[in-house]
Design a protein around this ligand. Structure first.
Ligand code: C5P
Length: 293
């Protein structure tokens, strides 16, 4: 039996502005997503029985409808009006509940893999429609690379080239509920973001987008109030010379951007005794690359 393996890469939000609350309950965002080399692995195999068999190396990951891979499979089955025979094993490496988009990336790769393996012939636009039903940042993983995200995060403007820097992730072992963070944000009181990291301009050709957005993540205020050690991590990353140090998404992972591997690695050593740390690189892998399978 042929087995397909796909990597589901994680992301960081280089910066994230929350503009306002919408009538549908979501928040209007302006963010820069950057796909990174840290990844889960998904193993797919066609089977003869018309159902999904899902397994995962982490026993605490649910295999029911709350699992985004399982939901992605059922969305496709519903659209087709029949179930497909599929065995799916998820090898989880990306910390869950950290704002790294691991579950969303797994879901996007499941959509792409089933489309490819079963030769469904659905366009990227078709998959974007399904992706948005699964979560606000699932769409990004169909694009990959570096994108400005607006709307709920699904209106994507890909940026031409990838920044050449190193990202040090500090994983504090705190899982944060995205919904509760958005619920508690105080809009209108968010701080000015005018003093941002222009040093990034040396690394990123931002195609004229608003570089000032990068300096801030508006969700930090809520999460840092609950977990002051995250602010201490951010401060320490800044003191270590990070070009940018922010929480990603709704947290709780905090990352630093460094211009060289040596600097990222040296700083990693300073955190290693207290936290799980990961050094990653920007990467681009999305729908347009699926033929490489
Ligand atoms: O879309 P997703 O399921 O990832 O969002 C989780 C929760 O985060 C939503 O239920 C909503 O409360 C909040 N959210 C938001 N605005 C966004 C994205 C997420 O309010 N743009």
């Amino acid at each position: 039996m042929t087995q397909w393996m796909l990597r589901a890469y994680a992301k960081v939000n280089l910066g994230l502005r929350v503009l306002h609350r919408r009538d549908d309950g979501y928040h209007e965002l302006d963010t820069y997503f950057l796909q990174i080399s840290l990844a889960d692995q998904l193993f797919f195999e066609k089977t003869g029985s018309a159902k999904l068999v899902f397994t995962c190396n982490w026993p605490e990951i649910p295999a029911d409808q709350s699992n985004l891979c399982v939901r992605a499979y059922h969305l496709i089955a519903a659209k087709m009006g029949r179930e497909l025979g599929l065995q799916l094993h998820l090898q989880k490496n990306v910390p869950a509940g950290g704002g790294l988009g691991g579950g969303s990336s797994d879901a996007a790769m499941t959509l792409m893999a089933i489309n490819h393996i079963y030769r469904l012939g659905w366009s990227k636009k078709d998959l974007h429609q399904l992706a948005l039903q699964l979560g606000s940042d699932v769409s990004f993983f169909l694009e990959g690379g570096l994108c400005r995200g607006q709307g709920r995060g699904e209106i994507l403007s890909p940026l031409a080239s990838l920044p050449q820097f190193w990202i040090l992730l500090i994983v504090p072992g705190i899982a944060v509920s995205t919904a509760s963070v958005y619920k508690n944000i105080k809009l209108g009181l968010t701080k000015s973001y005018r003093n941002s990291t222009f040093a990034l301009l040396n690394f990123v050709p931002f195609d004229g987008c608003d570089i000032e957005l990068l300096g801030v993540n508006d969700l930090e205020e809520v999460v840092f109030a609950r977990h002051p050690e995250l602010l201490a991590i951010k401060d320490k990353l800044q003191r270590a010379g990070a070009l940018l140090a922010n929480m990603t998404g709704s947290g709780a992972v905090v990352f630093g951007v460094f211009g060289s591997y040596e600097q990222a690695h040296q700083t990693q050593e300073e955190f290693r005794s207290e936290y799980r740390t990961i050094v990653a690189r920007p990467i681009k892998w999305g729908y347009d690359d699926v033929d490489l399978l």
